[in-house]
Design a protein around this ligand. Structure first.
Ligand code: IMP
Ligand code: MG
Length: 338
């Protein structure tokens, strides 16, 4: 069974938390990361520890899961090694031979470009300049570095063989639908398409192999960097409402807005999801913090969720009630999905 997890807004919806829950719950054999690269920050809170991951897949919480990074992804080896150390995953984490490698010159360019840094508001992690070099066919790949040898594998082959054996595999998307280079709010976007189809292509999996696509929406919308955001709250309003967030990678304040059905409907069109994961419900309904069953949720929270199901025509199968991997309501059984 192949599950693809992608983000329906502008990133930072809590994919890391959703994926870590699935990895533990579903006996996941492979967690494989697609997306752009270390510009993404996924937060996983597990056993009282907070992990901010930019390269290692969030499925690491399951000690039996193999962790892979697709050929379409960019790796900064320094960050990769730090995270392998932090997560203690050496021996079960690998990247594809053809994964692109970010070098210092890419980071310097990203950070010194007025256009990229100030107008677009990039994360300054070198992803855009590295992608450009990849298109120019001058970027070095993982196979060009001897010191990466023990971390290399044929990711597409491993993933496709696992799917053919009926193993559970999760493909982990990064960024968010409206940061897509093609379908997002150009030029305020990242350097690649990040919708479900591209995330699968990053790994080397064809569309017919996908069983479930989980689109992750947060209970409100945030974005970091420049670009439009409908119905944006002022910083004061966001603070008052308890929606004030600091970005994982850049430490910048995240701009915030209410849940947006226009965005959600378009994201559903672009990604063809089968299920919705709705995160941070406890930010809107404080009394629902840490709950694990739908029946226990407050009436207001259930009304909010039912309205989303009605308007979007998809089941809300996973509901995030707090930062920890275990702060989640999993309704997939109720919907006959597992
Ligand atoms: P870049 O991807 O670093 O080039 O940044 C381009 C735009 O995408 C900026 O607005 C970034 O803040 C945004 N961005 C890139 N990656 C992420 C992410 O993982 N979460 C949220 N925003 C992101
Ligand atoms: Mg993030």
């Amino acid at each position: 069974m192949l599950t693809v997890v992608i983000d329906g807004f502008f990133g930072d919806t809590g994919k890391g938390k959703v994926i870590s829950h699935l990895a533990l719950c579903d006996d996941v054999k492979i967690g494989v990361r697609g997306g752009v690269g270390p510009n993404a920050g996924h937060t996983v809170v597990f056993n009282g520890k907070t992990y901010k991951l930019r390269q290692v897949p969030s499925a690491f919480v399951n000690k039996k899961s193999k962790l892979l990074i697709g050929a379409g992804v960019l790796v900064n080896p320094k960050i990769f090694f730090q995270e392998v150390e932090l997560t203690g995953t050496k021996g079960r984490v690998f990247m594809d031979y053809q994964t692109g490698i970010i070098e210092d010159k890419h980071i310097d360019e990203d950070r010194s470009s007025k256009y990229l840094r100030e107008k677009i508001g990039t994360t300054g992690t070198g992803c855009g300049p590295a992608m450009r070099d990849r298109v120019s066919r001058t970027l070095k790949l993982a196979r060009d570095f001897d010191y990466l040898k023990e971390y290399l594998t044929d990711v597409a082959l491993e993933v496709n063989e696992a799917i053919d054996r009926d193993d559970n595999v999760i493909i982990e998307g990064t960024q968010g639908t409206f940061l897509s280079l093609y379908h997002g709010t150009y030029p305020y976007v990242t350097s690649k398409d990040v919708t479900a189809s591209s995330i699968c292509a990053d790994v080397g999996v064809g569309p017919k192999k996908v069983d479930e696509i989980i689109i992750v929406f947060k209970s409100y919308v945030t974005r970091v960097g420049g670009g439009p955001l409908e119905n944006e709250y002022s910083e004061e309003e966001a603070k008052r409402l308890g929606l004030y967030e600091i970005a994982t990678v850049t430490g910048r304040v995240r701009r915030a807005a209410p849940f947006n059905f226009n965005y959600a409907k378009r994201a559903i069109m672009l990604n063809s999801p089968t299920q919705i994961a709705l995160t941070k419900i406890d930010a809107l309904f404080k009394e629902d913090y840490g709950k694990n069953s739908y029946e226990d949720l407050s009436r207001d929270a259930r009304k909010f969720i039912e309205n989303i199901e009605d308007q979007l025509g998809l089941p809300v199968t996973l509901i995030g009630t707090g930062p920890d991997t275990h702060h989640i309501v999993d309704r997939r059984k109720d919907y006959g999905l597992i």
